[in-house]
Design a protein around this ligand. Structure first.
Ligand SMILES: [Zn+2]
Ligand SMILES: [Zn+2]
Length: 255
């Protein structure tokens, strides 16, 4: 079978040329994104706030915090996102979520793996879970696909069922920040079968998109309540405070 695949590979490559994951255009050099889409993505990297990974305009000393994190230390222990949330990154997230572009999860994980801490052998990677009714209707959890690949690439244990989503949350669109938090607060619990393993655990929580933070905060609260000592959030795209194009469409993916 393997031999057959090897023999078929050049033919397949010829028949299925590399396509841009954002727009589907054939890319001449087999690169990830085409020349039109690439400049529309804003890749995030240090210097950034040690708390929330909000990019700093200028180089700052290691461990520096932004004004908001200084005022209110966030629930999470860091955010790592590949790109800023905008129309282009949102389109890519939607293609993964609804368009069945499962290969995108691998691409996203390949971008995220460089942010993993060096000392990670005791860590666990887990996704923000979907409610079972959504999982049933969509047949896969896009965040779980990213999480699984990230764990594989990073050599970390993948544990898909650390969290349970016990309530289906309605659309959060139009709700205030307080209302959103209230809506998702009781949606997540730590899986009672797994809680013994969560004492002092260090967890990488994976979501596709970070918008308001209400969903991930609900997950992190449940993990920490069950004993996790450190939870870092990994995602494809995040809203960057102050970005003009992260505006009102931001919460439309938060479901
Ligand atoms: Zn493109
Ligand atoms: Zn910050």
């Amino acid at each position: 079978m393997l031999l057959l695949q090897k023999l078929a590979r050049p033919v397949l490559d010829y028949a299925l040329p590399e396509r841009c994951p954002a727009c589907g255009a054939i890319t001449a050099d087999g690169a990830n994104f085409c020349a039109d889409c690439w400049p529309q993505l804003r890749f995030l990297q240090p210097p950034w706030c040690d708390g929330c990974a909000l990019p700093f305009a200028y180089e700052q000393e290691a461990g520096a915090l932004c004004a908001e994190c200084l005022a209110h230390r966030p629930l999470h222990d860091g955010i790592r996102a590949v790109v800023a949330y905008n129309d282009m990154s949102r389109q890519i997230a939607l293609r993964l979520k609804y368009g069945g572009r499962i290969g995108l999860a691998k691409l996203i994980a390949r971008q995220l793996v460089r942010h993993l801490p060096d000392e990670r052998c005791d860590m666990v990677v887990t996704p923000v879970p979907l409610h079972w009714t959504r999982l049933w209707s969509r047949s896969f959890n896009q965040s779980a696909l990213i999480a699984q690949e990230l764990a594989r690439l990073g050599g970390i244990q993948y544990c898909p069922d650390v969290l349970l989503r016990i309530r289906r949350t309605p659309s959060l669109r139009g709700l205030s920040s307080k209302e959103r938090r209230k809506t998702v607060a009781k949606a997540f619990v730590a899986n009672p079968v797994k809680t013994a393993g969560l004492k002092a655990a260090r967890i990488i929580l994976v979501d596709d998109v970070l918008t308001t933070g209400a969903t991930s905060d609900g997950c992190i609260k449940a993990l920490k309540k069950a004993g996790a000592s450190w939870v870092q959030l990994y995602c494809w795209a995040r809203v960057v405070r102050g970005d003009a194009d992260s505006g009102n469409t931001a919460i439309s993916l938060d479901a």
